[in-house]
Structures are given as C-alpha cells and as structure tokens.
Design a protein around this ligand. Structure first.
Ligand SMILES: Nc1nc2c(ncn2[C@@H]2O[C@H](COP(=O)(O)OP(=O)(O)OP(=O)(O)O)[C@@H](O)[C@H]2O)c(=O)[nH]1
Ligand SMILES: [Mg+2]
Length: 220
C-alpha cells in the first residue's frame, strides 16, 4: 500500500461550513438564534465493506477522505475478492456531515478498515453517540472486531448490511441470528450507495442511541 496520504480527494477544512457557498448553508448556519443538535457518529466495519462510500453518499459537504492507493504490497493481507474494483483504502478516517430535520446535525466519522489501523479507533469514537457497523454477508466475520469493540466500550450501535448486487439477499433476522445480535439492537439491510437507504440507517442509529441513553432529569 502507498504510504502517502496526500493523494486524498476532495479535502476540505475540518471546520464545517467554512468554505460553503451561501446557497448551501443550512438554516442552523444562517440564523444565529438557532442552536443545532450536533452529534458524532462513527461508521465502522471490516475492510472494503463500504464505509467511505456511505459517508460520501450522504455528506452535504465535500467529504474529507484519506484514501491511499493500494499496491501489490498489500496482496495476501487485504482480501479484495468481494470488491475487485477497489483501488484505494482509508488510512486515517472519512469525515462528512449531514443535517436531518433542519437542525439535527450528524458528523460522520468513517474508520479505516485495515487491521493495522485499528489503533486509531479509540480516538475516533471519543464523544460519539453511536456507531453504524457495516457488514457484508459474504464476509460476515469481518465485522466481529467492530461488534466486539462497541459491545465492550458500551457505545450504542446498529448493524447495517451493505448489500452488494452480486451477493445473496438475506433477511435482517437471518443476519441477527448469524451474528448473535441481541434483539434490542436494530439490524438493517441497506445500500451504502443510496442516500435514502443511508439516511434510514442513520435515523435508526439516532433512535437507538436515544433509547439507550438514560434520560437526564432537569436540574432542580
Ligand atoms: N456493488 C456495490 N459496491 C459497493 C457498495 N458499497 C461500496 N461498494 C464498492 O465497494 C468498494 C469498497 O468501498 P469503500 O467505500 O472504499 O469501502 P471501505 O469500507 O471504506 O474500505 P476501507 O476503508 O479500505 O476499509 C468500492 O469499490 C465501492 O465502489 C455497494 O453497496 N454495492
Ligand atoms: Mg474507507
């Protein structure tokens, strides 16, 4: 794999909204008396499952990407059999933003999939309200490390099967059983290339995270 990250595409400043033309501004950016609810969401899963695709599909700003070209050096380490067209891999993170319902702002952080970059997860999940664990039914075991990670740190998560056209279509309950996902955790079948499908997944996560978060009683 190439060691440089400098060939990232579409890099924008991390300050959301900084470089956006006026007509792209959201209501919460134009009106100073609006305080948006800002949340951080992590998109995790195995190598090549579609994390960067998901963030890119829904981001309303040019997503920050840290893609590096894959070379022969990663042969034998990275299994490209399910995604033969894949030329790059994420070496740090993906970052995007989507505004839902006018003032619920989700900041999306995609993790790198390759095992050698997992040390970054602890930093990436800090402050997140929850995570989407992407799975590919042809390589279900690849999502186990992400499931274990979020189970052990207690971060709410949903399981989203990114359905690839050439793979068999399973029911969510079959996937739940195969992965032994507890009944209260949403499992959905989606397509990381379809905006509406990604939004449904994100809404399921926000709802689940709200259910899992103990209500705070107002200060006396
Ligand atoms: N057919 C199909 N292809 C997809 C889908 N999602 C992603 N792809 C393709 O699968 C490949 C992997 O996508 P990425 O989004 O780079 O995967 P990733 O999880 O970010 O990969 P890493 O960061 O390297 O772990 C790319 O070639 C995508 O075009 C999908 O839903 N259906
Ligand atoms: Mg990626």
């Amino acid at each position: 794999m190439d060691s440089t990250v400098s060939d990232a595409t579409g890099v924008t400043p991390l300050v959301a909204g900084f470089a956006e033309p006026d007509e792209d501004l959201k209501a919460w950016q134009r009106e100073r008396d609006r305080a948006p609810v800002a949340t951080k969401i992590v998109v995790a899963g195995g190598f090549g499952v579609g994390k960067t695709t998901l963030v890119t599909t829904v981001s309303e700003i040019t997503p920050l990407q840290t893609e590096a070209l894959m070379t022969e050096a990663s042969e034998g380490t990275d299994d490209l059999s399910a995604t033969p067209g894949k030329l790059t891999t994420t070496v740090a993170m993906d970052y995007g933003r989507i505004t839902l319902d006018d003032d619920l702002v989700l900041y999306l952080f995609g993790t790198p999939g390759q095992q050698r970059f997992w040390f970054m997860w602890d930093d990436l999940v800090r402050g997140a309200i929850g995570a989407v664990v992407l799975a590919d039914t042809r390589r279900l075991k690849d999502c186990f490390p992400a499931l274990d990670y979020f189970e052990s740190c207690g971060l709410p998560y949903v399981v989203a099967v990114n359905h690839f056209d050439d793979s068999e279509l399973f029911e969510p309950e079959d996937v739940r059983e195969a992965l032994t996902i507890p009944p209260h955790i949403p499992v959905m079948i989606m397509d990381a290339r379809r905006r509406i499908s990604v939004i449904e997944t994100l809404l399921a996560l926000v709802g689940h995270a709200l259910d899992e978060t103990p209500e705070q009683s107002p200060a006396p």
